[in-house]
Write a protein that binds this ligand. Structure first.
Ligand code: UD1
Length: 428
């Protein structure tokens, strides 16, 4: 298994091109199942999770082909043509779904188009139990008969889905996306209340509208969908990855560097910009992106609580914790989205961080004394927090299980190396 070796202490300086958003790309890929015409997606990041989703689609009958030129060369985002003339199989098997929870996003489109689907339950994952009950209850409100059968969600809607009112008991990005795709082809009107407002949900809704769907309320917590009988193809560009943007912003902050994040959009990371501002990190919009630099001497401590968008994202909690480990003073970091998302804590502690966890809150007492160590993480954002800590630490850090990073950060070590980091992939 590959590892990443970092020799810390170099400030990151230069510019980094932000990739397309993984979490927008995954539902957009699933949306290709809704039409027999070609959906062209641009600015797709080159990531293992994207490969897993295209593999899943291919076994449903989608023809996937690389298309077009990449503006600015091969590193600027990939273009795929996806055409599902006919859905050849409505089952999403366990051996693919277990690799990536977002595979469950094929449930809504398959049910809407084929009136039946069998999708493996994704199972537990490192950051919590992550059930799919809201996806299932929402689809049932649209007339689907849903049962659990041998670890699979078996869903049928013999006469097709019909519109309904779904009030989500809590905010779920994936359930909102599944329901949006299902409702697009349902008979009549669907109203989704307490819907997720994440920009990736908006990206999906905008693409669906481009395909002929009738969705109103995009960006709000109430989405109103008038079902249509068919959707067409479209040509759509995936929005930039806000989590990647903010991760590199924290990279500039933690190393005392100065980075320009090309393609990064400050309006997508307002909560992170506010917290970083309080932490003494300079962030300003510049032509084509965002500049991030350490403002003054130290990093100030700042408390953060994760919340659904537009609050502080759970996907940035681990990275923020790495930054707070080098801050002046103590910070309280509270995780409200996932019940078990502090697995990076013991690893950061091994690197010299002073962190105590009590329930859903971590108390981080900042110090300047991070030192390198061999570390390992069990999820994507936890892994990148260790890379960030390694960049700031004295000495050598080896991050094991790099496959987590490859799921969600495109060419991470190459991008960091281009800005002065002493980082290398050790291939085993
Ligand atoms: C998406 C993101 C993930 C991010 C998360 C929260 C993708 C591919 N992944 O994941 O990176 O961390 O949003 O911003 O976009 N829940 C239920 N029942 C359900 C569904 C969810 O109880 O049916 C719970 C989850 O366990 C979790 C919370 O709701 O505690 C939010 O999860 P959700 O927004 O659904 O996350 P994902 O869509 O899986």
């Amino acid at each position: 298994m590959d590892k990443i070796r970092i020799r810390g202490g170099q400030p990151l300086r230069g510019s980094i091109q932000i990739s397309g958003a993984k979490n927008a790309a995954l539902p957009l890929l699933a949306a290709s199942l809704l039409t027999d015409e070609t959906l062209t997606l641009r600015n797709l990041p080159h990531l293992d999770d994207i490969a897993t989703m295209t593999h899943l689609l291919a076994q449903h009958g989608t023809e996937v082909s690389m298309a077009g030129d990449h503006p600015g060369g091969g590193h600027m985002g990939h273009v795929l043509d996806l055409r599902t003339a006919k859905v050849s199989r409505t089952e999403a098997p366990y051996d693919i779904v277990r690799k990536m929870r977002a595979s469950v996003l094929v449930l809504g489109p398959l049910l809407a188009r084929c009136h039946q689907a069998r999708v493996s339950l994704p199972g537990g994952c490192a950051i919590g139990t992550r059930p799919v009950d809201m996806h299932m209850r929402g689809l049932a409100a649209l007339g689907a008969e849903i049962a659990l059968d041998d670890g699979y969600i078996a869903a049928r809607a013999p006469g097709g889905l019909r519109g309904g009112v779904v009030v989500f008991p809590r905010v779920s990005v994936g359930a909102t996306e599944n329901l949006l795709m299902a409702a697009a082809l349902a008979k009549g009107e669907t109203v989704l209340e307490n819907a997720a407002r994440e920009p990736e949900v908006g990206d999906l809704a905008n693409c669906l509208n481009r395909m002929g769907a009738r969705i109103e309320g995009i960006g709000t917590d109430t989405l109103r969908i008038q079902g249509v009988t068919r959707l067409s193809g479209a040509d759509y560009t995936v929005l930039p990855d806000r989590i990647e943007t903010a991760t590199f912003a924290i990279g500039a902050a933690i190393t005392g560097g100065d980075l320009t994040l090309l393609g990064g959009r400050p309006e997508l990371i307002e909560a992170a910009v506010a917290s970083l501002g309080q932490a003494n990190v300079g962030i300003e919009p510049v032509a084509g992106g965002i500049r991030v630099f350490r403002n003054g001497t130290g990093v100030a401590s700042v408390d953060v609580t994760t919340e659904p968008y537009p609050g502080f994202p759970t996907d940035l909690q681990a990275q923020m914790m790495a930054l707070m480990s080098v801050a002046d003073g103590a910070a309280m970091i509270t995780e409200t989205i996932f019940e078990n998302r502090f697995m990076h804590v013991p690893e950061l502690v091994r690197m010299g961080a002073d962190i105590t966890v009590k329930g859903a809150t971590a108390m981080v007492r900042g110090s300047t004394g991070l030192h390198g160590a061999p570390v390992m993480a069990t999820d994507l954002r936890a892994s990148v927090s260790l890379v960030l800590a390694g960049l700031a630490a004295e000495g050598e850090t080896v991050v094991n299980r790099v496959y987590h990073l490859d799921r969600g950060y495109e060419r991470l070590e190459e991008k960091l190396m281009g800005c002065g980091a002493d980082i290398a992939r050790l291939i085993e």
